[in-house]
Design a protein around this ligand. Structure first.
Ligand code: ADP
Ligand code: MG
Length: 616
C-alpha cells in the first residue's frame, strides 16, 4: 500500500521559482535544454559508474534519452535510462535550493581521489526549475540504479511544494512528465520541439529520440582526437554546420588543455561570400560548453577580420552565468579570442609552407580579410604581415612572394622594403617611380590593390625593415652616362618651368630617379603618395584637402625632351611653354592623377598641328 508524503519547499525555493520563472532565462524554450542536459548527466553518471565496476540495476539497458510529445493533451515526457534518483535524492536535489546533485557527485569523486573524467553539464542546481516556466504540473518518476532500490514519483505544481509517492515497476532512470500551461502548449508540437532540441542539444553524446525518431545524428567530433575522426566525418560535419555543399578550403581541429581548455573545429569555406556581393558576413562560430550550446554565432570569440570562419569552440571551464546564457567573464573571452586567433594565424603560416598553391587559392579569396587584420589587429600585426603575398619586380607575372622572402633577398646595404602601387604589373614596370630601382637592380614589391597602401602604413615596419613607398625612396641613380644638361642649365630651366606653371606645382627640380621619363610628380608631404591622392579624390576629399595640394615636378636632365626644351626656351618661348604644360599633364597621367583630359587634348592637337605644319 502506498502513502503520499507531502513536503513543503524550503522557504527560499519559492523565491527561486519566481526568479526562474519570470526573469532568469530570456527564452522559455530553454527548459528543454535544461531537462535534456540533466538526462544526459544522469546517463553520463551511469556510464561512469558502470565502467568503474559498480553493480547496476538493468545493466543491459543502454543509457539513452527518449522524448514523447502530445500536442492534443499538451504533454511532454522526457525519459532517460540514467542513474535515477532515490527518495533522498528527490528530496535533496529537487526540493532544496540550488542544490546540485551533479556538483556533489563531482566533489565526492574528488574526495575519493578518483579521476573525474565524467563529462557533466550541470552545476548550478537551478536548471530543473525551468520546467515550471512552461509546465503547470511536473511529475518525476524515478528509480535509482542501485539493485535494491525501488521507484518513486515526485509531483509538484510549483507553488505549494511537492508530494512523493511510491511507484511500482519503474525501469531504471527518470521519466519527467510536463503538463504544459495554456500559454506554453505550442512547445508540445513535434516540429517545434524538434527544432529546439536540435538547436541546443544536437551534440549531446547520448542518443535522443523524439516520438521514436532519432534526433541527434551528428556527433560532436570536435571533442574527439584528430586521429580518430575520418575525412568524411569532417566533411559531413562541415556541410551540416555550414550549410555548404562545397568542401572547405581549410580545416583546423585543435584541442588544448592549458592554459585554457579549448576544443575547437574551424573551417574556411571555399568561397568568400562577402566578395560575392552578399553583404557583410557574420561570424559563424558557435560557443559550446560540454557540447551544450551557450551562444550561437558568438561574436567576441574572434576578431572581426576572422568573420569568415565557421565552426565550433567548446571550452569546459567557461565561467558561465547561472542561466548558462552567457559568459560571466569577459577577460576570459578575450583570452580565448587571443589564443584562437594566434593559433589560426600560425596554422595559415604552416599551410603556406606546406602547400603554397593551396595557400594562394585561399589568399585569392580572403586577402582582404588578412589586410583588414593588419590594419586593425595590433596584437597580431607582425604574424599577419607574414601572411601577405605579392608579385615583385623580380618574380614572374602571377608568381607571389612573401615580405619575409623579400627581406631575405635584400642586400646588406638595403635598409628598407620598397613597394610600388600600380593598377597592374605592366603599369608598375612602366612607372617613372620604378626607373631608379630598375637601374640599380633593387627589388620592388608590386601592389595592385588600393588597400595595400593603407595596409603598409599600418604595418609600417616588418622584420626590422621600414616599409617605404617607391616614390618616397631616397635612392639616387648610381652613375649616369651620356648627354646631360649642365647643373647650371638644369637649375635655370627648372626655375623657368616653375614660373611658367605657376601655382600648378609647388616646385620644379632636377630628378635623381629618372632614367627614361622626362618628368615625374612627387609629393613633398612625408605621407602622401599618388595612389593616396587618387583615393582621396575618389572619396570627394580632394577639393580643399591635401589631396589637391600642388606637388613637386622633377625633371630628368638626361631626357632628350628636357635637353631640347632647355635649348628651345630662348628661340620659341610660346612653344616651350606649351611643351612644359604638356609635360606636367603627362606626369599626371602616369601618376593616375589627370582628372579632366579636355585641356590636355586641345593642347596636344595644337602640338600635332605644329609638328605636321613644319614638315609640310
Ligand atoms: P544541475 O543540473 O545544475 O545540477 P538542476 O536543477 O538542473 O541542477 O538539477 C538538480 C539536480 O537534480 C541534479 O544535479 C541531479 O542531481 C538531479 N537530477 C535532475 N534531473 C535528473 C535526472 N533526469 N536523473 C537523475 N538526477 C537528476
Ligand atoms: Mg541541470
Amino acid at each position: 500500500m502506498s502513502t503520499t508524503e507531502k513536503h513543503h519547499f524550503q522557504a527560499e525555493i519559492q523565491q527561486l521559482l519566481d526568479i526562474v520563472i519570470h526573469s532568469l532565462y530570456t527564452d522559455k524554450e530553454i527548459f528543454v535544454r535544461e531537462l535534456i542536459s540533466n538526462a544526459a548527466d544522469a546517463c553520463e553518471k551511469l556510464r561512469f559508474l558502470q565502467s568503474s565496476g559498480t553493480e547496476i540495476h538493468q545493466p543491459e539497458v543502454a543509457p539513452e534519452i527518449h522524448i514523447q510529445t502530445d500536442d492534443k493533451l499538451g504533454l511532454i515526457t522526457i525519459s532517460d535510462s540514467g542513474i535515477g534518483m532515490t527518495h533522498a535524492d528527490l528530496v535533496q536535489n529537487l526540493g532544496t535550493i540550488a542544490h546540485s546533485g551533479t556538483k556533489a557527485f563531482l566533489s565526492q569523486l574528488a574526495e575519493q581521489n578518483k579521476k573525474a573524467d565524467a563529462q557533466l553539464i550541470g552545476k548550478f542546481g537551478v536548471g530543473f526549475y525551468s520546467a515550471f516556466m512552461a509546465a503547470g504540473k511536473v511529475s518525476v518518476h524515478s528509480r535509482a540504479y542501485l539493485p535494491q532500490e525501488q521507484g518513486w514519483v515526485w509531483t509538484s505544481e510549483g507553488a505549494n511544494g511537492y508530494e512523493i509517492e511510491q511507484a511500482q515497476d519503474l525501469p531504471r532512470g527518470t521519466r519527467i512528465v510536463l503538463t504544459l500551461k495554456d500559454d506554453a502548449k505550442a512547445f508540445s508540437e513535434e516540429s517545434k520541439l524538434e527544432g529546439i532540441i536540435k538547436r541546443y542539444s544536437n551534440f549531446v553524446q547520448f542518443p535522443i529520440h523524439l516520438n521514436g525518431k532519432r534526433i541527434n545524428t551528428v556527433q560532436a567530433i570536435w571533442s574527439r582526437s584528430q586521429s580518430e575522426v575520418k575525412e568524411e566525418e569532417y566533411n559531413e560535419f562541415y556541410q551540416y554546420l555550414g550549410h555548404d555543399q562545397d568542401k572547405p578550403l581549410y580545416r583546423l581541429h585543435f584541442n588544448s588543455d592549458a592554459p585554457l581548455s579549448i576544443q575547437s573545429l574551424l573551417f574556411v569555406p571555399a568561397k568568400n561570400w562577402e566578395s560575392m556581393g552578399m553583404g557583410r558576413i557574420d561570424s559563424d562560430v558557435h560557443l559550446y560548453c560540454r557540447k551544450v550550446l551557450i551562444q550561437s554565432k558568438a561574436k567576441d570569440l574572434f576578431p572581426e577580420w576572422l568573420r569568415f570562419l565557421k565552426g565550433v569552440v567548446d571550452s569546459e571551464d567557461l565561467p558561465l552565468n547561472i542561466s548558462r546564457e552567457s559568459m560571466q567573464d569577459s577577460t576570459l573571452m578575450q583570452r580565448l579570442n587571443n589564443a584562437l586567433t594566434g593559433k589560426f594565424i600560425k596554422f595559415l603560416g604552416e599551410q603556406a609552407e606546406k602547400d603554397a598553391a593551396a595557400y594562394e587559392t585561399f589568399y585569392a579569396e580572403y586577402q582582404r580579410f588578412i589586410k583588414e587584420g593588419v590594419a586593425t589587429d595590433y596584437t597580431h600585426r607582425e604574424g599577419l604581415g607574414k601572411l601577405l603575398r605579392y608579385e615583385t619586380s623580380t618574380t614572374k607575372k602571377g608568381e607571389l612572394t612573401s615580405l619575409s622572402a623579400y627581406v631575405t633577398r635584400m642586400g646588406a646595404e638595403q635598409k628598407e622594403t620598397y613597394y610600388l602601387l600600380a593598377p597592374n604589373r605592366e603599369a608598375a614596370e612602366a612607372s617613372p617611380y620604378y626607373e631608379v630601382f630598375l637601374s640599380r637592380g633593387t627589388e620592388v614589391v608590386f601592389m595592385y590593390d588600393p588597400w595595400d597602401e593603407f595596409v603598409m602604413e599600418h604595418l609600417h615596419t616588418f622584420e626590422g625593415k621600414t616599409l617605404k613607398a617607391a616614390e618616397k625612396a631616397d635612392l639616387g641613380l648610381e652613375k649616369t652616362e651620356g648627354e646631360s644638361l649642365s647643373e647650371a642649365d638644369g637649375a635655370a630651366l627648372a626655375k623657368w618651368m616653375k614660373e611658367t606653371l605657376g601655382e600648378a606645382v609647388r616646385e620644379v627640380r632636377i630628378s635623381q630617379r629618372l632614367v627614361e621619363s622626362p618628368a615625374v610628380l612627387v609629393d613633398s608631404d612625408k605621407y602622401m603618395t599618388s595612389s593616396m591622392r587618387r583615393i582621396l579624390k575618389a572619396a570627394g576629399k580632394g577639393q580643399e584637402g591635401s589631396g589637391n595640394a600642388p606637388q613637386d615636378l622633377e625633371i630628368n636632365p638626361r631626357s632628350p625632351i628636357i635637353i631640347r626644351l632647355s635649348a628651345q626656351r630662348g628661340a620659341d618661348a610660346a612653344l616651350a611653354g606649351t611643351v612644359t604644360e604638356q609635360l606636367l599633364d603627362n606626369a599626371r597621367v602616369s601618376a593616375g592623377l589627370l582628372e579632366d583630359p579636355r585641356a590636355m587634348l586641345k593642347r596636344m592637337n595644337e602640338l600635332l598641328e605644329r609638328v605636321l605644319g613644319k614638315q609640310a
